[in-house]
Design a protein around this ligand. Structure first.
Ligand code: FE2
Ligand code: FE2
Length: 205
């Protein structure tokens, strides 16, 4: 018999069925109660572990790693006096860049969606498009790609984030805070009550 995965809390229960079709309402009540506690206790540490996994990932050409770029962006945001949410968003904004490059903005937006406001969520989703303005010699780039969003309420913030805190945050000589400086911000972000849409998505799986 292959071993069971250990329970996060030895006092918790396994649901013995191996098909969700066989789960009763009572089984789901147990699962969801345990899931809520598990998420509250572990999500921030799991996200930090994902971020930290990038620490040893080599560069494919930039002078600093994506991990250090995240720290540099967050350092600038912190020193510019932005709020706690925005500091956490900055340190996590490219958490998917190495493993999910083409859609890493969506990756970060989805990760943080239950815990952040619309302003930062929209910024995360659109920051890749807004970067095109800053890469005029990228092959086939449309530097005006962001223009279709002119008039959007979060246009200005997204443009500012990309210009001041992202597109040139790749300097190995820049004074950059270590990950430890941002861990409390990540913990505070994921300690927020998740917004309703996330709860709806937690119905199964
Ligand atoms: Fe990015
Ligand atoms: Fe970035």
């Amino acid at each position: 018999m292959p071993p069971r995965s250990p329970l996060a809390d030895p006092a918790w229960q396994y649901i013995e069925h191996t098909s969700m079709e066989d789960f009763s309402a009572a089984d789901w009540a147990v699962m969801n109660a345990q899931r809520t506690i598990f998420t509250r206790n572990h999500q921030a540490d799991l996200v930090i572990a994902m971020l930290r996994a990038g620490e040893g990932v080599p560069s494919f050409g930039y002078r600093i790693s994506n991990f250090r770029h995240c720290l540099q962006s967050a350092t600038r945001v912190l020193r510019a006096g932005h709020d706690d949410e925005t500091v956490a968003v900055a340190v996590l904004h490219d958490i998917g860049f190495d493993a999910c490059p083409a859609t890493h903005g969506d990756f970060a937006a989805a990760l943080m969606q239950p815990y952040i406001g619309a302003r930062n969520h929209w910024m995360l989703e659109h920051h890749q498009i807004f970067q095109d303005l800053h890469a005029p010699h990228y092959p086939g780039v449309d530097v005006n790609a962001r223009d279709r969003f002119h008039g959007h309420e979060h246009f200005a913030w997204t443009a500012e984030y990309v210009a001041k805190f992202d597109q040139d945050a790749m300097d190995p000589d820049e004074d950059t805070l270590p990950l430890d400086a941002f861990i409390p911000y990540i913990h505070r972000l994921f300690a927020r009550p998740p917004q309703p849409r996330a709860n709806a998505l937690w119905r199964s799986g």
